[in-house]
Design a binder for this molecule. Structure first.
Ligand code: ADP
Ligand code: ZN
Length: 209
């Protein structure tokens, strides 16, 4: 199944994706994770995007589209995937339609207050992208990821100034995709306010899994 996860920063797309891959047996492709890996590796891509990402802005469409197109050409994505964080603009969605055909777009619905609460406590594994929350779902006490041994850290773009900018960018550039995909009959709305287990059940029911 070829899926896009859509929703504001902090809606829990990445957290649910990590759980959903167990059911779907398809890769979780997060553009945010790919960019953060590039930054950690100090590759040319990482050097180019670091400042943009830390400030809460969007990487340019051409760079992002080329990255995703290449990733989807890999064999593991042939039968299905979860795209998390892409597309984020209408031009990205138009480009995606040119190289892949989606089955569904899952829209994670959550008010701004919920987003701020989640982002302010978020911890992320530097190596595998696994997510925790300082209060709701704490990382291991030693700060070491139980899955891969990476470090649980606070993302630079989860600091307050960058969070506000990301929400503004989401409203202006990404939210229009809800109408775009609804018009194509692809949209599935999920209430992103409850805990992960409840969201996972709603997700499976909505997709008939
Ligand atoms: P979030 O937790 O806000 O959903 P992500 O991990 O998906 O964040 O992305 C982090 C940052 O990476 C974004 O704020 C943006 O700078 C960049 N980014 C990720 N995906 C895209 C995209 N499709 N287009 C442009 N920039 C992107
Ligand atoms: Zn990890």
């Amino acid at each position: 199944m070829k899926l896009v996860f859509l929703g504001p920063p902090g809606a829990g797309k990445g957290t649910l994706a990590v759980r959903a891959v167990e059911t779907l047996k398809a890769p979780h492709i997060s553009t945010g994770n790919i960019f953060r890996e590039a930054i950690a590796a100090m590759s040319p891509l990482g050097v180019k995007v670091k400042g943009i990402i830390d400030s809460g802005g969007l990487v340019d469409d051409d760079t992002t589209i080329a990255l995703v197109r290449e990733r989807l050409e890999r064999g593991d994505a042939a039968a299905g995937y979860i795209l998390d964080g892409f597309p984020r603009t209408i031009p990205q969605a138009d480009a995606l339609a040119g190289f892949s055909t989606l089955d569904r777009v899952v829209n994670f619905d959550i008010p701004d207050a919920g987003v701020l609460e989640r982002l302010s406590g978020r911890r992320v594994c530097r190596k595998c992208g696994r997510n925790w929350h300082a209060t709701f779902n704490p990382p291991p006490a030693d700060g070491v990821c139980d899955k891969c041994g990476g470090e649980a850290y606070v993302r630079d773009d989860d600091r307050p100034q960058a969070v506000q900018k990301r929400l503004d960018v989401y409203r202006a550039q990404t939210e229009p995709l809800i109408g775009y995909y609804r018009a194509q009959g692809l949209l599935v709305d999920i209430d992103a306010r409850p805990g992960v287990d409840e969201i996972l059940s709603a997700f499976k029911a909505a997709l008939g899994l």
